[in-house]
Design a protein around this ligand. Sequence first.
Ligand SMILES: Nc1ncnc2c1ncn2[C@@H]1O[C@H](COP(=O)(O)OP(=O)(O)O)[C@@H](O)[C@H]1O
Ligand SMILES: [Mg+2]
Length: 639
Amino acid sequence: MTDNYAGRTFGQGQPFGTRETATDSSTAAATPYQPPIRPAAPPPSYQPPQPAAEPVATAQPAPAPAAAPLAAPAPQPAPQSFASAARTQAEPVGVQQAQRSHQAAGGGLHKIGTVVEIAGSGSQVSLDAALINALVEHHDPSIAMAGQVGSQIKIRVGNVWLLANIRTQRLDLTDTKTIIAQVDFLGEGDEERLTGKIYNFRRGVTRYPVPGSEVFAVSSTDLKQVYAADGRASVNIGTVFPTRDIRGSLYVDAMLGKHFALLGSTGTGKSTSAALILHKICDMAPEGHIVMIDPHGEYSAAFKGNGALYDVNNLAMPYWLMNFAEHCEVFVTSSGDERQADCDILAKCLLQARSKNRLAESIGKLTVDAPIPYLLSDLTTIIQNEMGKLDKATNTAPFMRLKGKIEELKADPRYSFMFSGMLVGDTMSDFLGKIFRLPSNGKPISIIDVSGVPSDITSTVVAVLSRLVFDYAIWSRNEPQRPILLVCEEAHRYIPSDRVAGDSAVRTILERIAKEGRKYGVSLGLITQRPSDLAEGVLSQCGTIISMRLNNDRDQAYVRAAMPEGARGFLDSIPALRNRECIICGEGVSIPIRVALDTLEEEKRPASEDPLFSVLWQETGGEEELLERVVRRWRAQGR
Ligand SMILES: Nc1ncnc2c1ncn2[C@@H]1O[C@H](COP(=O)(O)OP(=O)(O)O)[C@@H](O)[C@H]1O
Ligand SMILES: [Mg+2]
């Protein structure tokens, strides 16, 4: 498996757009970030299997010219002459059609092959190596990469252009000048009668071409039409590969309506891309409702201008918002049979404590999950009383354990953001309002930095926050709808696969949101560097997948399984993507695209976790005071 990707570094070491900027500086100047231009040398998959060339040539009866190396420009007619040849031929229908096509392609229709087979399992085209090679130097980068794995081709069926993606390539062993490529159809667009342009591009194919149909290179002009915003709300995030100026955009409603995942190995630019996308969405929707769970405290820096920032110092999340399962995660310390006994006692005492609140009187049948405030001291007193009711022979250890743990949490300053005595008032509406941005007051995103939360309860805190989002959506069904986007960094920690961890409250709720959230207007954005560690099935619940480079085979395999058919040709480029380049497929885009993301302004970037050793190790001075301050905070267990 690894070998497949070994050495697949095409594009990596190449300077941006060297070849193209030389020939066309006008458009190049317009885009700050140059998409990497595929160098003339094609990816390994493009090259004919080295050993095959010779044996095939000798094994076949008389393929005399077949041994000619594929890379050498064969004495074929230049592809540009195809269109002009067509023009001078059949009159007058041929003239019209060829001219129309000529314009459609922005100045030339470049034939590169022929349809061989149309089949449900995968259609095949044959590509003429010489025609493709003749295009390699073309000034339009889309045409220059014609025929490569991951690039698009177009085929005319009547007045409709079909667009397909090249998934695989292999040498035709009977004719080494021909490459057989598997393609996936992406969709179709109408041919505009006057200009010949593709318009009204849509997914899916209504009529397939017949074998023998001509296959053409797709130009940047074509792609511009395909990617042209079709009136749906969208955000522009970067430049479509391999073009220099076509903007890649995400359809916001389609992307958020069916969840999305942002994947990529560490350092590929996930966090920055997440910030970029969320900034664009916030700009578009200043009255939006986004909750970002930030385990590393990176995002406050990025959203200081337009976000409500919370951490342990100002989150003030009342403990009584926890449901029973979450209470158990925090208050119950035992395991096995003992754990069950402790939970039973907690359930009984917690219900009593909650029912002491005046609010409980108005509720017919109070449940242990209801977010009714109660006093921690009431709970410990009730536990104490229950223990007193026991006869001598009964084991008091479960009561002692519970009481001990609750008292410990109350006393420990690290837990005060949640268990402080100040949090007993009925602040539920205020709390929901502040974290869900209801109203958003121009700050549509709340960043919840959980990096300061003691690690033993982080996952419960994330569970409570996530569940509040979901429960809010359920209990507000009869109200004006305020859909909420919940973004979860390091998602593999919270929705781990069975292989990695067992059940937890956070996994249960996030899996539930992944499965049912869309029905209630809850959208989930999962960010992770380890898609293979995500719980089974979660990735396939994500309608849009944004994948940056993934270095690990296992992760690649998981993403491959979750991606739709049409994107398969792109998958092979996942290990070869540059930093901040990504592949996007699914609901959020009209067809799968490879995008070089825009540069995000410095003040909108998340705080990078990586220290610059080379710089920091030049600095010195003030160490004594520094250590004193650190030790003081350390002892006080506060920031
Ligand atoms: N779109 C971008 N604009 C500007 N800088 C970027 C962009 N994408 C990535 N970077 C830079 O790349 C580095 C790694 O990005 P980061 O988002 O922290 O990666 P990850 O979250 O995948 O580990 C950061 O220093 C960041 O500034
Ligand atoms: Mg990151």
